[in-house]
Ligand binder design. Structure first.
Ligand code: LLP
Length: 421
């Protein structure tokens, strides 16, 4: 599936963007319920042989309004910290539908596990601590299968250069810890990176199933997230039915080989939310650096709302809503005093500027940044230059919005400051 020019913001037509600016101000995140639900339904239809759990990786977007939509569609959750578990519980998720898969050892296991929260040990230390606290219980282990993937190195979470999960050569050590504490390793989890191509998925499935073969107590295999989404025109999005068929076949072959019918989990983050979000922004200023330089449009949204371009050289569609304007080659930047606060870097190279051909922006113009539902509100440099967090708005249908989180005011940002005057 590719995204074409006309389909960029999918849900947000210019009139609606103007109405949102008038009502909530800019910068402002807007999420679309219909797009979120459609993506969830596609994920729930992922082909599988012996059962499927779709576990939304809530780190992509942990806004309660988004979580509640997925809760009502019966999705499960992948929480990546104690704090995310807390947010999931507050959004009304049953503890049994939340799995804590965290890089950091939990500080709240004694509270969460008796309530029913599921646990994935991501290191031998985590496994040891879980075993000491809850001998005899079942859990999942996250394994680094030795293979990584991802749209760029920064989002690759497998292979020898990645610290995530128990290195696959240490399964013997994991087994010994499990034995010591009478733990049952019933789940095997991997997540090798984000933005992976479909072919990688089949290889991951084979690798993980190979590991499952040496862990006879495993009945659930999670393949993690990382389905590629198409944010920019011309990009190709993962077709879940195609990937799913190949993965399904691998599970069937495993069953024929071992007589074990494994339940499958997938853990998409971006796939479920990326194209269900946009940032409505305003052009604040336009400057240039002379005949041999660049034209820069300064927006009121930048790394304080969307860090992905600065961090990864990630590409997001940017539309200047100005009819009939002459076109120009423009570099879009954010409002902070930071050279890296750039919205249009070269693909995969956050250091290089890549101007876009757009209607020449003027101060006051409305500008839309697309593909902003995943890792934008949840992963921004909020507070830098003391800009407060932007509001998040849910679009329930055409012209039907509610404020899911209001704009942060400086008072609440400073509320925890103390010390002598
Ligand atoms: N499961 C686990 C254990 C993960 O660590 C992640 C992402 C996911 C699932 C979901 O991956 P997704 O389907 O969203 O690709 N912040 C980056 C991506 C790195 C996310 C790290 N973990 C981005 O802006 O694309």
């Amino acid at each position: 599936m590719t995204v074409d020019e006309a389909d960029r913001h999918r849900f947000l037509i210019p009139e609606e963007a103007a109405a949102i600016r008038a009502r909530f101000g800019t910068p402002c995140y807007v999420y679309d319920r219909g797009t979120l639900e459609a993506a969830a339904r596609r994920a729930l239809a992922f082909p599988n042989a012996f059962g499927l759990t779709v576990r939304y990786a809530m780190k992509a977007n942990s806004c309660a309004a988004v979580l509640r939509i997925f809760r009502d569609l019966e999705l499960h959750l992948d929480a990546s910290s104690d704090h995310e578990v807390e947010r999931a519980l507050r959004a009304g998720f049953a503890p049994e539908r939340i799995a804590l898969t965290s890089q950091a050892p939990s500080r709240r296991l004694e509270e969460f596990i008796p309530r029913g929260v599921r646990y994935t040990a991501c290191s031998l230390l985590q496994l040891e601590r879980f075993g000491a606290a809850f001998p005899g219980q079942g859990l999942t282990i996250r394994v680094n299968p030795g293979l990584g993937s991802g749209a760029m190195n920064r989002v690759n979470t497998g292979g020898p250069a990645s610290s995530f999960g128990i290195w696959h050569e240490y399964l013997e050590e994991a087994r010994a810890i499990a034995l010591k504490h009478r733990l049952s390793i019933h789940g095997l989890h991997t997540h090798i990176g984000s933005g992976s191509d479909p072919a990688v998925w089949t290889r991951v499935a084979d690798l993980v199933l190979g590991l499952a073969e040496s862990l006879p107590t495993v009945s659930v295999v999670s393949l993690g997230g990382g389905f590629k989404v198409a944010r920019m025109p011309g990009e190709t999005e993962t077709d879940l039915t195609v990937v799913g068929e190949a993965v399904r076949a691998a599970f069937v072959a495993f069953q024929e080989r071992t007589n074990r019918s494994l339940h499958m989990e997938i853990e998409p983050g971006s796939y479920l939310v990326a194209n269900a979000g946009a940032i409505v922004a305003t052009c604040l200023d336009v400057v240039d650096t002379g005949a041999d330089g660049y034209t820069f449009a300064k927006l009121d949204a930048g790394m304080t709302e969307i860090l992905r371009p600065s961090l990864y050289g990630a590409q997001h569609p940017i539309d200047v809503l100005a009819e009939g304007r002459a076109r120009a080659s423009v570099v879009f930047v954010g409002p902070t005093c930071e050279t890296g606060d750039i919205l249009t870097p070269a693909p995969g190279d956050s250091e290089a500027l890549a101007p876009r051909d757009v209607p020449r922006p003027e101060p006051g113009d409305l500008v839309l940044i697309g593909g902003a539902g995943a890792y934008c509100a949840s992963m921004a440099a909020v507070g830098y230059n003391s800009y407060p967090a932007a509001p998040e708005v849910m679009r329930d249908g055409p012209g039907d919005y509610y404020e899911a989180r209001s704009r942060q005011d400086l008072g609440s940002a400073l509320a925890n400051e103390s010390g002598p005057a």
